[in-house]
Structure formats: C-alpha cells, structure tokens
Design a protein around this ligand. Structure first.
Ligand code: ADP
Ligand code: MG
Length: 378
C-alpha cells in the first residue's frame, strides 16, 4: 500500500476494491463509471440528466490508503492489504479484516474466495501464511482454533454447529463471552478448509436446505491463537491454554440492506434498521478507536458488542470497501465510498511500536515496497 509502511503500518487502514463488470452487466450495456486515478485515488463518474436532457457528468474523487483496480486478484490484494496483519497477529495483536459494500460488490468473493473457480479468499491466504510460520521453532507452542458464526437480526447463530442459537454475556469486567460457541482445533489447511466450507454451506442454505438470504447477515470467521501451557490433570489430559491473539474476517451484511423490505416467500416485513444500526455502530467504534476516545460505543449493536475485544488494546483493522463498477449501482457505490471515507477521514492514530514484526515480515518475505510484492512459496 502506498502509505502503508510495513515497518509501521497504521492501526486502521481503509482500502477500496473495484470488481470487474459482470457478463450480465456487460450484456445490459451497463457502463463502468469507476476510474482508479492512482494508487490512492479513485473517481466515480456520476451521470445525471439535466432538465434540458443534456447529459453531464459529475465527478467524485475519494482518497484511501490504497485503491485496487478490477484487474487485481485476491492474492495481490492479500499481499498488499492483509498480509501485514498476519505478522501483527503472531506478535499478539488482535487483527480484523472487514469487507463492506452493497450486495453483489464482491465481499464474499474477497473474504471467502470462490472455491469452484479455485480462488482463495483472504482467510485462506492468511491461514496459509499462518501455518507456514507455525512451523518455526519459536511458534511451536501456539495452537489454532477456528469459529464461524453469523449475526442475523441481532441474534448469533453458530455456523459450525447446525446454526445453533447462541447467547452472549458480558462478565464483570465487561468482557463479552459467546456461550457455547464451537471452537475447532485445526492443525492443517485441509482441516480448516473443510470446516469453513461446511460453515459456508450452512450460511447459504441453512440446516434445512432452504435458501437463506446471507446478504442480511454478518459472517464472523475467527482464527484464535492459543498458547499451550500444559495439562490440567494427570488422568484427564485436558489441555490448558492461554489466549495469545486472534485474527477475524468479517463478511458484513449488504450495506444497502439497511432498509425495510418484504420477504416474498413468507410475506413478512424484514427489519433493515438492525443492519443499519450495526453498520453505523461499527463506523462509530472505529472512529472512537482512531481518536483514542475514552468511551467507545460498543453497546450500539450486537456486532460491535461481540467484536469488542478485537477493538481494545493492541489491535489492527483493515476495512476493504468493495464497489461494483456499473452505472446502475452508482448510488450504492457513492454511499459505500462515503462510509469508507468517514472511517478513513478520522485516521489520526499513531501506530503502536513494533518490536519483532520486522523479523516476522522477513520470514514471510513481505513486500517492502510497492511493486515488490513477492508470493510466498507454500
Ligand atoms: P457480495 O458478497 O458482496 O454480495 P459476491 O462476492 O457474492 O458479492 O460477488 C458477486 C459476484 O461477483 C459473484 O459471482 C462473484 O464471483 C463476482 N465477483 C466479485 N468480485 C469479483 C472479482 N474481484 N473478480 C471477479 N469476479 C468477482
Ligand atoms: Mg456475500
């Protein structure tokens, strides 16, 4: 990333990713109205009809930490925007990657990939690096646990346990615990992929096989790093762990879903206000963290409540704003970029000092400068 120095990455960074026009959009003569000006600037050309029907174009310029064009694949996006968080997670930071944007803009493609087309998502690309680093002697004590749940209408459902309804509770120290959330110990990439692919199928088809509208839910995939500390008892062989850090990948609900609609199958009203509330609360929390405010409004939504521990203390966040290129989506695209701009505009935070990350970055052969991105051989 142009402004993102690997040695001193910002605590919060906001990047934009433009997806290519789809075949359907091309067949409908939809126009590409998004232009990447340079590494950090993007222009949206909004076409308007004047009263006299003379067409004119209004240009909106936005500046972010990085802009990724429609030719950039998941691997390059990962290397430039997400890989720095892997080293930070090994260092003990709680790191979070968000995919924000309207339905169809590429959030799931970015985070979860497209297994049918052999495209890896951010979580898997990160996991490959994580397993690679775990082979190092110094990290032998770390074990990985994965959980995957969704937040729908302010309720939590375990995607790794038959969409079981989960309760969350805050303890005396206001730490939020999700009770009964399944956490699977993973030791190989194949194990992780199988688990996530099961969770993704539960997310889109539910447990009854009926289609579920996943664009209305936030999906939270967390890879927790725990340090093995020994056994609890001689006979039970129950293991004892200490939490080290956590890397979260969040595929947010479609940003346009903040309006009420009717479920055509059930003819019931779906409350969009909840989605709206959670996306606004998320923005407010990131903003509060950025400004080092004493009070952060975590209680504003279930999403921010359960993510609280990833936002306090030593943490790093990357927000990927996904945009569709078509003229038909211009209003939603502008809304997405305005939201992302509000998140980014408030970046005034100094980065926390980094000690060992440089050494970890070397192990990962992290790109030191733009255009110098090296793929990791697995
Ligand atoms: P969302 O999760 O935001 O609703 P999806 O990730 O499902 O959107 O993407 C919508 C469609 O566009 C999918 O068919 C997906 O494969 C395709 N798509 C999204 N981003 C890209 C991209 N960067 N390159 C190619 N196809 C993409
Ligand atoms: Mg999706």
């Amino acid at each position: 990333m142009a402004q993102n120095n690997i040695r001193d990455p910002p605590r919060i960074s906001v990047v934009v990713r433009k997806r290519p026009l789809s075949e359907r959009e091309i067949s409908k003569d939809d126009l590409d109205i998004i232009e990447k000006r340079d590494d950090t600037n993007i222009i949206v050309k909004e076409r308007k009809e004047k009263v006299d029907l003379t067409r004119y174009i209004e240009q909106h310029l936005f500046t972010f930490d990085a802009v990724f064009n429609d030719t950039v694949g998941n691997e390059q996006l990962y290397l430039e925007a997400v890989q720095p968080l892997v080293a930070a997670t090994f260092e003990g930071s709680k790191t979070t990657v968000f995919a924000y944007g309207q339905t169809g803009s590429g959030k799931t493609h970015t985070m979860m990939g497209n297994p049918n087309q052999g495209i890896n998502g951010m979580y898997l690309l990160a996991a490959k690096d994580i397993f690679h680093l775990l082979e190092q002697e110094e990290f032998q004590c770390i074990e990985l646990f994965v959980s995957f749940y969704e937040i729908y209408c302010s309720k939590l459902f375990d995607l790794l346990n038959k969409r079981k309804f989960l309760h969350c509770r805050a303890d005396a120290k206001e730490r939020v615990q999700i009770q009964g959330l399944k956490e699977s110990n993973v030791t190989t990439i194949d194990e992780l992929m199988k688990i996530i692919s099961y969770g993704l199928s539960v997310r889109t088809t539910g447990v009854t096989g009926a289609n579920v509208d996943s664009s209305r839910s936030h999906a939270v995939l967390q890879i927790t790093f725990k340090i093995f500390e020994g056994y609890k008892g001689y006979t039970k062989q129950e293991k004892k762990y200490k939490l080290h850090s956590k890397m979260s990948f969040i595929d947010l609900a479609g940003s346009e879903r903040g309006a009420d609609t009717i479920d055509q199958d059930k003819k019931t009203r779906i409350d969009g206000a909840e989605i709206n509330k959670s996306l606004l609360a998320l923005k407010e929390c990131i903003r509060a963290i950025d400004q080092e405010k004493k009070h952060t409004p975590f209680r504003g939504s279930k999403l921010t409540q359960v993510l609280k521990d990833s936002f306090i203390g030593n943490c790093r966040t990357v927000m990927i704003a996904n945009v569709s290129p078509g003229l038909s989506c211009s209003e939603h695209t502008l809304n997405t970029l305005r939201y992302a701009d509000r998140v980014k505009e408030l970046k005034k935070m100094k980065s926390a000092p980094i000690s060992k990350e440089d050494h970890l970055a070397k192990m990962l052969m992290l790109p030191r400068q733009k255009g110098n991105a090296t793929k990791i051989k697995m």
